[in-house]
Design a binder for this molecule. Structure first.
Ligand code: ATP
Ligand code: NCN
Length: 190
């Protein structure tokens, strides 16, 4: 099976993540999308990060009714910070029957040269890039990239966390069931 690995902090998961996964599935670029929840992005501070188990739970709540999607906590048992090259090597060894590609926004792709072992990643895995407002894709990299033609989505987890702190409504920005869980647990208020 061809699996699209969608790595992220998902702090929290929101509708842009789900729209992107659905777009890639609709375009039949992959058979399934796995949301790989990263405990700690090596290039991001941890101060605003919700506990990884809660983030993983929210991803599961968001995708519950959709069997094309899966949440993975594989990085919870791998070294920290969460280096994607290590996870990829691990997954390729664990699932030799699957072909993996990577899904990312253009903001992540802009930074790819700062990633550990980025040459290994670019050489061995196709990358499906979803353009993000304000982050142009320089197509001058020698890699198997596919820049997706799809509507831009002006939505971020940062904006969602800010709305929660300001006690504003999250309606339509993330699935209702995820909003209910966040409110019930009091996540991101402080
Ligand atoms: N609106 C968006 N358009 C395109 N790609 C996106 C969008 N939001 C997130 N992504 C991509 O999804 C992946 C996971 O993103 P992440 O969990 O960091 O969400 P985020 O909204 O960017 O979070 P934060 O605001 O906390 O940085 C990254 O590859 C990121 O580029
Ligand atoms: O491997 C690296 O060096 C590396 C550097 C920066 C980011 N990443 C991964 O990229 C993914 C996207 O992170 P984020 O926080 O933007 O959702 C997440 O899985 C990180 O672990 C990986």
């Amino acid at each position: 099976m061809r699996i699209g690995l969608y790595f992220g902090s998902f702090n929290p998961i929101h509708h842009a993540h789900l729209i992107i996964a659905n777009h890639i599935l609709n375009e039949t670029l992959v058979d399934k999308v796995w949301f790989v929840v990263s405990p700690h992005n090596p290039l991001k501070e941890t101060s605003s990060l919700l506990d990884e188990n809660h983030r993983f739970h929210l991803v599961n709540v968001a995708i519950e009714a959709d069997d094309r999607l899966k949440a993975s906590n594989i990085e919870f048992s791998l070294p920290r910070p969460s280096y994607t090259s290590i996870t990829l090597a691990h997954l390729s060894e664990k699932y030799p029957q699957h072909e993996f590609c990577i899904i990312m926004g253009s903001d992540s792709f802009q930074n790819i040269r700062r990633w550990k072992n980025f040459e290994f990643i670019l050489k061995n895995y196709q990358i499906l890039i979803y353009e993000r407002p304000g982050f142009e894709i320089a197509d001058n990299i020698n890699a198997k990239i596919n820049i997706l033609k799809a509507p831009l989505l002006e939505l971020s987890a940062t904006a969602i966390r800010k709305l929660i702190k300001e006690k504003k409504s999250l309606k339509y920005l993330l699935p209702e069931a995820v909003i209910t869980e966040i409110e019930k647990a009091g996540h991101y208020r402080k």
